[in-house]
Design a protein around this ligand. Structure first.
Ligand code: ADP
Length: 192
C-alpha cells in the first residue's frame, strides 16, 4: 500500500520534533528525525557518525547525499509502516529534489508539508533556553547562530518549493503544544 508521508518544516527550536511525536502517536505514523539518527550514529562511533559529527559540531548541515542515504537505509526497517513523519529532512532544496527522485534510483512521495511558523527572536530565545537544559554539543551561542542562519538561507526556501506543489500548510507555532497539535490534527484529518 502507498504510504502517507508528512514533512515537518520549521526552524530549529520551532517545536516540530514535539509535534511530530504527537502526530506519530495519534495517527500511527513512524516518526523519523535525521538529527536523532545522526546522534545515534555518533554515539555508536560508526564511520558515518564520525563524518557527521565534524559537520554537526560546527553547526553545519551534513552533506545531502550522506543524509538521504542514511534516511533511505533506515526507512527499510519500516516497510509495513502506514507512513512517515519526516522531522528535519529535507533541509535543503537538493534534499527535497532527491526525495522526489532527481538523480536517484528511488523516491519518496510527500503528501503533506506542515510549516511551523515561529518568529526569529522567539526561535533564538528557545534555542538558548534549550542549550542550558540539554547541554547538546551543538547548542552553544555561536553554533546556534550558525544553525539559524543555515535555516534561513538553506531550509526556508523549501516553503516555496512545496508551496508550488500545493502541498504546504502553514501552522502558527506560537501557542501551547496542545493548541498547535489541534491545528495539525485538523490538517491531517482533512488529507487522510
Ligand atoms: P535542530 O534542533 O537544529 O532542528 P536536529 O536535531 O534536527 O537539530 O539536527 C541536528 C544536526 O544534525 C543539524 O544541525 C545538522 O547538522 C544535522 N542534520 C539533521 N538533519 C539534517 C539534514 N536533513 N541535512 C543535513 N544535516 C542534518
Amino acid at each position: 500500500m502507498k504510504k502517507f508521508n508528512i514533512v515537518m518544516l520549521g526552524a530549529p527550536g520551532s517545536g516540530k520534533g514535539t509535534q511530530a511525536q504527537l502526530m506519530a502517536q495519534e495517527f500511527g505514523l513512524q516518526h523519523i528525525s535525521t538529527g536523532e539518527l545522526f546522534r545515534k550514529q555518533i554515539a555508536s562511533k560508526s564511520a558515518l557518525g564520525l563524518e557527521a559529527q565534524s559537520y554537526i559540531d560546527k553547526g553545519n548541515l551534513c552533506p545531502d547525499s550522506l543524509t538521504i542515504n542514511m534516511l533511505y537505509d533506515y526507512l527499510t526497517h519500516f516497510e509495513s509502516a502506514k507512513g512517515f513523519i519526516l522531522d528535519g529532512v529535507p533541509r535543503t532544496i537538493q534534499q527535497a529534489e532527491m526525495l522526489d527522485g532527481v538523480g536517484m534510483s528511488e523516491s519518496l512521495n510527500v503528501d503533506l508539508v506542515i510549516n511551523l511558523n515561529v518568529p526569529e527572536d522567539e526561535i533564538i530565545r528557545r534555542m538558548l533556553e534549550r542549550a542550558k537544559l540539554q547541554g547538546r554539543s551543538d547548542d552553544t551561542p555561536e553554533i546556534i547562530e550558525k544553525r539559524i542562519h543555515n535555516y534561513f538561507t538553506l531550509t526556508r526556501p523549501l516553503e516555496d518549493y512545496y508551496q508550488k506543489k500545493s502541498i504546504l500548510s502553514q501552522v502558527n507555532g506560537m501557542g501551547t503544544i496542545e493548541e498547535i497539535f489541534e491545528e495539525i490534527k485538523k490538517l491531517i484529518e482533512n488529507k487522510l
